[in-house]
Design a binder for this molecule. Sequence first.
Ligand code: SF4
Length: 398
Amino acid sequence: MLDPFGRRAQELLNEFDTINELLEIIPNYLDMELALERVRWVNTGRIPDYLLTLNDWKDLISFYALLGALAFSPYGVEMELVKEANLKIYLRKIALSENFEELALPLEKPSENEIPKRDKTIIEKTLHEELPPEEKDKIILKYKIPLKEFLSLNEGSLKDFYIRNGYVYLNKAQVIELWKKSFEKNLEKAVNILYDIREELPHYYVELYSRLSELAREYFKERVEKFSTTAQPLRFDFFPPCVKIALGGVPSGLRNYAITVLLTSFLSYARICPNPPKRDVKVKDCVKDLKVIKEEILPLIIQAGNRCKPPLFQDQPNEIKNIWYHLGFGYTLEPSLEDSGNSTWYFPPNCEKIRSSAPQLCKPDKDCRYIKNPLTYYLRKLYLSKKKSEGEDNEHSI
Ligand code: SF4
């Protein structure tokens, strides 16, 4: 298979009603080792031949098993490793293939006289007889893609592309570059879908995640700190629009949902446990005392409540107890760490739930299109900023 998100993969996936169904049966068919083999080779730099010749089904399920594992910690070193290793595997297969139709790109073949002769002569260097045929083959514009689709994948400059009548025309190397972007986007999209259903996934994926994490931490030894998604100070500039709206204070009909449900869960998980290590996690699994809650999180929630019209806690002083209840300490005013677990520590509601319960809070920006939960919006922004600063560090050290 050339692309786990491409046409052949879709045919195989169509056998299942939902992605959960596929992930449920994978443990019956796949030894976890094969999924790990897909990434284990990267430090040797040599892709084992058998990974390049797996049958389509084995290829698909070993890749999707890794995606299932990533649902437990999107946007960390694990995702970096899965992305890097699998991009290389599929790129090698694509480079050896002439059949780009299987790729998850809406490619079309231009008809013979579609490109004016004058343009063709310049772009494809048809008059340069000194060029060997294999060099000429590389620059022939063999494919085209609707401009709209192209722009959704390529955010960079258009200056190196030939554009005509709403299409972008591409040579082989350009198709491959575009495919890389589509692979990264599709991988991110799939991990976000699975993040939403991670509670329903079999234990197999938790175990696979933990083995994958060991490999990723070893491979990215020097970068682990940078890419860590463990507890760290909050970055307000990376908050999603709904959380920013809630922080700014909201009118009476929205107050309880915005402050008690959304803000309390988002701030607490983002600050002390962005990647819960297990289901039913408790605050006491993540912190040793209540200092960070009492001194950082609660003041933010109370200030946001005070900005509501009318101020939430003046109207409903008992709502503070409800905040502690949502943090998992039961309905109380003065909890101790040991009380954590007396109620459930509510996880941030997903975007769909927010849109149905409090549509006024959801004012999506361009980054919202990648995610399905406000917490993953935040994790993604953290990840992108660390990646950016890592790129800048590399530039400085050249
Ligand atoms: S799409 Fe999700 S993260 Fe974005 S504003 Fe709406 S609810 Fe918040």
